[in-house]
Design a binder for this molecule. Structure first.
Ligand code: SAJ
Length: 434
C-alpha cells in the first residue's frame, strides 16, 4: 500500500460506527465497499440514504454514493484495507459474544491477499485481535500472519477502537485521537498510515491488547463516574436534598467534576463494555461491577419515585418525556428511559402518554398496555404529571410558564427553574409540584 495510492477499503458492518466510518473514508477519496448482513440496510445506502439518525450523515452518504465512492453489498469483496465494525454484545451472565467478529474474520479470510491490512474496530475483550489473527492463520495457511512467523508477515492485523459520541460522530471520527494497536509494531504502522488519511487527531501506536483494554477502560471509567452521580442522587432523595444544587456547588471545587445523574445508563457501550473487563478479571473488579449494579438499579429507584408522584395525583394523565438512551438521538437500545416508561405503562395503561420526537411508534413492549405516543404540546395540554426521562432539546425548550402548574419529576435536571411548590413528602424528599 503506497501512501500516494488510495487503498480500496472494505467496511464490514454498516451500523452506527461502520457507516459513518465508510462515508468519511470515502470522502477522503478511497473507494469503499460496505458490507452488511441486512439487505434493507444495503439497499438504503445504495440509494444514497441512511437508516440511522446522525448529524450531517445523510448529506455525506448521499454525496459519496453519488460520486461512486461508496457502494454497499451483502457480499464481501477484495480490498486493501478491511475494517471490521460489527456488534460485540454480551450473552448470558454478561459473557462477551465475539461471534460477529469471528464471522467477519471468516469472510475476510476468503478474499485476503498479501499486503492487505485487517483492522478490528469493534469493542472487544482483551485478546480478540489475536483470536482474529489465529482464525485467519487457520483458514489461510498460505499467508504468513503477524506474530506467528519469524519472516515478514504477508498481512497486517491491528485493533483500533472508535471513541465517537453518538450525535457528534462525524466530528469526532476525524477530530479525536486514536489508539492503534498492532499485533506487531509493523502492523500498527500499517494501520497508522491508513488512519492518517482521514484522522486529524493524534494517532498513537501501541500493541493490540493494550488498545483493546484502553477502549474498555474508557467506558468503564465513565460508567463508574456516572454511578457516583446516580448514587448521590439516591442519597439526596433520601435526605431531602436537591442533588443538582449539591453537584453544582461541589463542581466549583477546582478538582471535582461530578457527572450528571439520570434514570440509569443506556446505549450499547457504557452499559456493556465494563462487563468485558469484569469477565476478564472477575476477582479483581468489585468497583466496576458495583458501578454497573448502581446504574442498573437506578431504573427501579426512578420507577418508585414516579409511582409515588402518580399516586399523589389520582386521575391525572402522566406524560413520560423521552425513550431514547440519551438526548437528541433516535437510539432506543438499552435505554433506561424506555424501561421506566414501559414499566409505568404496564402499571397504569392508558393514563400513560409517551413523548418521543425521534419515534414514529411505541416500541413493541408497549403493545396492549393502552399507553399512547403523543407530541409534547398534547402532553402539556392533557397531562397533569410530567416525568422527564431524556434531556432532549425539545423538552428543555418548554418554558416554565407552560409547565409551572404540572407535577414534575425531572430525572435529568433540565428544568431547574421548575417552581418548588407543593409539599415535600417522605424521607426521600419527593417534591410534589401542586
Ligand atoms: N449519562 C448520564 N450522566 C452523564 C453522562 C451520561 O446518565 O453525566 C448516561 C446517558 O444518558 C446515557 C449513557 O450514560 O444513557 C451513556 O451516554 P454517554 O453520552 O456517556 O456515552 P455513549 O454511550 O453515547 O458513548 C460512549 C462514549 N464513551 C465515553 O465517553 C468514555 C463514546 O466516546 C464512545 O465512543 C462510545 O461510548 C462507544 O462507542 O463506546
Amino acid at each position: 500500500m503506497k501512501s500516494d495510492i488510495k487503498p480500496d477499503v472494505c467496511v464490514i458492518g454498516l451500523g452506527y460506527i461502520g457507516l459513518p466510518t465508510a462515508a468519511v473514508v470515502a470522502r477522503a477519496g478511497c473507494r469503499v465497499h460496505g458490507v452488511d448482513v441486512t439487505q434493507g440496510v444495503v439497499d438504503t445506502i445504495n440509494r444514497g440514504e441512511i437508516h440511522i439518525e446522525e448529524v450531517d450523515l445523510d448529506g455525506l452518504v448521499q454525496g459519496v454514493v453519488q460520486r461512486g465512492l461508496l457502494r454497499a453489498s451483502t457480499e464481501m469483496a477484495p480490498a486493501d484495507v478491511f475494517i471490521i465494525a460489527v456488534p460485540t454484545p454480551f450473552g448470558e451472565n454478561h459473557v462477551p459474544d465475539i461471534s460477529h467478529v469471528l464471522a467477519a474474520g471468516e469472510a475476510v479470510a476468503k478474499v485476503l491477499k498479501p499486503g492487505d491490512c485487517v483492522i478490528l474496530e469493534s469493542t472487544s475483550p482483551v485478546g480478540t485481535t489475536e483470536q482474529l489473527r489465529d482464525l485467519i492463520a487457520a483458514r489461510r495457511p498460505d499467508l504468513k500472519c503477524p506474530g506467528l512467523t519469524a519472516e515478514t508477515p504477508d498481512v497486517s492485523i491491528a485493533y483500533c477502537p472508535e471513541r465517537v459520541l453518538p450525535g457528534k460522530i462525524l466530528e469526532e471520527l476525524t477530530g479525536n485521537d486514536r489508539s492503534i494497536g498492532g499485533i506487531t509494531p509493523r502492523c500498527a504502522r500499517k494501520a497508522l498510515a491508513f488512519y492518517k488519511r482521514f484522522v486529524r487527531g493524534t494517532c498513537v501506536t501501541t500493541d493490540a491488547r493494550s488498545a483493546e483494554m484502553t477502549k474498555l477502560v474508557e467506558n468503564a471509567f465513565r460508567d463508574v463516574n456516572i454511578a457516583f452521580a446516580n448514587e448521590l442522587s439516591i442519597v439526596a432523595d433520601r435526605m431531602g436534598l436537591d442533588v443538582w444544587e449539591v453537584i453544582r456547588l461541589a463542581n466549583r471545587h477546582p478538582r471535582v467534576n461530578i457527572l450528571t445523574p439520570g434514570p440509569g445508563v443506556g446505549g450499547h457501550c457504557i452499559a456493556v463494555d465494563p462487563w468485558f473487563i469484569v469477565h476478564g478479571a472477575p476477582e479483581d473488579t468489585p468497583l466496576i461491577r458495583t458501578a454497573r449494579g448502581v446504574n442498573d438499579g437506578k431504573i427501579g429507584h426512578v420507577v418508585d419515585r414516579a409511582e409515588a408522584l402518580i399516586a399523589a395525583h389520582p386521575g391525572e394523565a402522566v406524560a413520560c418525556l423521552g425513550l431514547a438512551f440519551k438526548a437528541n438521538i433516535d437510539d432506543f437500545r438499552e435505554s433506561p428511559a424506555r424501561a421506566v416508561a414501559a414499566r409505568l405503562a404496564r402499571a397504569h395503561g392508558s393514563r400513560i402518554r409517551v413523548v418521543e420526537p425521534y419515534a414514529s411508534a411505541l416500541p413493541r413492549e408497549f403493545e396492549g398496555t393502552g399507553a399512547t405516543l403523543v407530541d409534547i404540546d398534547t402532553a402539556l395540554e392533557t397531562c397533569g404529571v410530567l416525568i422527564v426521562l431524556v434531556d432532549h432539546d425539545a423538552f428543555k425548550a418548554v418554558p416554565v410558564a407552560e409547565r409551572a402548574a404540572h407535577a414534575v419529576y425531572d430525572t435529568r435536571g433540565i428544568w431547574l427553574d421548575q417552581p418548588k411548590a407543593g409539599t415535600v413528602t417522605g424521607r426521600d424528599g419527593l417534591r410534589l409540584a401542586s
